[in-house]
Design a protein around this ligand. Structure first.
Ligand code: HGY
Ligand code: MN
Ligand code: MN
Length: 414
């Protein structure tokens, strides 16, 4: 029987951790840098220290916990994910990747296994991008995609900045947040889509992540009385917005088989039943594994915004807040995950991720791959997100064996 993680210890930690910020519908509410996120960080640091890991906090609040290797000068194997959540999100998204990585360490400790290479567990800041856009901000600064000042000035809807909130919760660390030598990066995560659930398989070996673009857009018309104002005199920001929302479906229906588009957030001002909407702010999210398809959809939606503004004679604004390219993960790391799945004795399928992950950015600075476990009915980013516990444990076992393969060295590798 190959080495396996402790089901009991892992489940106990998962249950305890998800009591933090728990909602009354079995979800969690631990948005980035919230007090619940602070409590989650404190719990994680406590568990890292109990596992005799050397904990560091970097300038973006990314948490690193290091286990020395026999040859500690070698580049580390990095494993982890994120612990910030959606507003009223699921208990598995991100969490199983961080607690699964910690469970790998606990298993090595319990079995007295000394790896050649050091191993580091990471919990990235601000992966979800719901409170502070863009998403994957902590790993993005670490990989050199965004500079620190840009990240610190990102504001939430109440005008609070990322830097202030990081300071407030006490996780604005001194460790530089910048690229450094890593041997490789693995991330265990729930699939958040229907493929594994439909296939009946427990493990997805992730070959890459969709490229995607996020945009903020706004229309400004004229507020006026909903009663006496004749229709031909109106400049209704919400009518222009509804034209654009309708065009998202038109673009995705013709833009490419895997193209998806979403308007997820919309704010209407003054949002009053008998006032013609003066201003509407809304977001756009387009994704595909083909970068040209994402670029084409971006051009099309910009045209739709311009046409809608002209038709309704309102002012328009839009800005691209992030664009990450689809890039295949490292073949060697992918094959390591496949061998690890074989070692665990579980069937798997190759899969591409429609959801963004910190691995998108790690893939730019070191060999990277991911391990997926099924989301029941593909549901995620809601309190109904669910994964069978046996699948979570199997995913952690695959992570354990991928780490064991990569953390030993043959000869003079660095
Ligand atoms: O948007 C995403 O795919 C991720 O949850 N940040
Ligand atoms: Mn996630
Ligand atoms: Mn997510």
């Amino acid at each position: 029987m190959s080495l396996t993680v402790s089901n009991e210890r892992f489940r106990r930690r998962f249950t305890t951790f998800n009591e933090i910020g728990a909602t009354n519908r079995d979800g969690v509410n631990r948005p980035s840098l919230s007090s619940a996120n602070q409590e989650a960080r404190e719990t994680l640091v406590e568990w890292f220290e109990e596992a005799n890991l050397d904990v560091t906090v970097d300038e973006m609040g990314n948490l690193f916990a290091r286990r020395a290797g026999a040859n500690d000068a070698l580049n580390p194997v990095l494993i982890g994910s994120h612990i910030d959540s959606q507003y009223n999100g699921g208990r598995y998204d991100g969490v199983i990747g961080v607690l699964g990585a910690l469970e790998v360490i606990e298993t090595l400790n319990a079995d007295g296994i000394q790896t050649e290479r050091p191993i580091e567990v990471v919990a990235w800041s601000n992966e979800e991008g719901v409170r502070f856009q863009p998403d994957m901000l902590g790993s993005g600064v670490f990989a050199g995609e965004f500079d620190l000042e840009y990240a610190y000035t990102r504001e939430d809807k109440e005008g609070k900045t990322f830097g202030e909130e990081l300071e407030r919760i006490g996780y604005k660390g001194d460790e530089p947040c910048e690229p450094r030598d890593l041997h490789c990066y693995f991330e265990l995560h729930v699939e958040q889509g229907p493929q594994l659930s439909e296939s009946g398989l427990s493990v997805g070996v992730v070959g890459g992540v969709y490229g995607f673009v996020w945009m903020n857009a706004a229309f400004t018309g004229s507020a006026d009385h909903a009663g006496p104002t004749p229709m031909h005199l109106r400049h209704d920001a919400l009518v222009a917005t509804s034209d654009v929302i309708e065009s998202v479906r038109r673009i995705t229906s013709t833009g490419g088989d895997d193209l998806v588009g979403t308007v997820g957030s919309i704010d209407v001002h003054p949002n009053s039943i008998n006032v013609i909407p003066e201003r509407v702010d809304f977001t756009l999210d387009f994704r595909s594994y083909d970068n040209d398809i994402v670029d084409h959809a971006t051009e099309q939606i910009q045209r739709e915004i311009e046409h809608a503004a002209n038709r309704e004679n309102v002012e328009m604004e839009y800005e691209e807040i992030m664009r990450v390219d689809a890039e295949p993960f490292d073949d060697e790391c992918i094959e390591t995950v496949e061998r690890a799945a074989d070692a665990v004795g579980t069937k798997y399928m190759r899969i591409v991720s429609g959801a963004g992950h910190d691995a998108n950015y790690l893939n730019e600075i070191c060999p990277t791959s991911m391990i997926f476990v099924p989301s029941v009915d593909g549901i995620s980013h809601t309190e109904d997100e669910y994964t069978e516990w046996a699948d979570v444990v199997r995913g952690a076992d695959v992570l354990l064996h991928a780490v064991l393969e990569k953390a030993k060295t043959d000869g003079d590798e660095q």
